[in-house]
Design a protein around this ligand. Structure first.
Ligand SMILES: [Zn+2]
Length: 103
């Protein structure tokens, strides 16, 4: 996955285009991420059994990783990421804009 938990991303498509948020969860099998405050959907919940919160609640829906860009922690720009191997064989991500290692 090019995008991981706790990364800050910029949304580049959809109704939240232009917003930034922190990745709360990544779903590698679906190539999707859940980003704080992004792609909110309203869910209608009925009080039933152990569900305490009834009524309409808003929560984030997963967004496809092709619709977000990672914001580089080094140069603070939205960027594409590449992979590179360090001398000890560790695979790391790097920023294609400033070429700094991100992890
Ligand atoms: Zn950078």
């Amino acid at each position: 996955m090019k995008i991981r938990r706790d990364d800050t991303v910029l949304v580049i498509a959809g109704k939240d285009r232009g917003k930034k948020g922190k990745v709360r969860q990544s779903l590698p099998e679906e190539s999707r991420v859940v980003v704080d405050g992004i792609n909110m959907v309203k869910r209608h919940m009925r009080p039933r059994g152990t569900v305490r919160q009834a009524g309409i609640i808003e929560r984030e829906a997963p967004i496809h990783i092709s619709n977000v860009m990672l914001i580089c922690t080094k140069c603070n720009h939205p960027t594409r990421t590449g992979f590179r191997f360090l001398e000890d064989g560790t695979k790391v991500r790097f920023c294609r804009r400033c070429h700094e290692v991100i992890d």
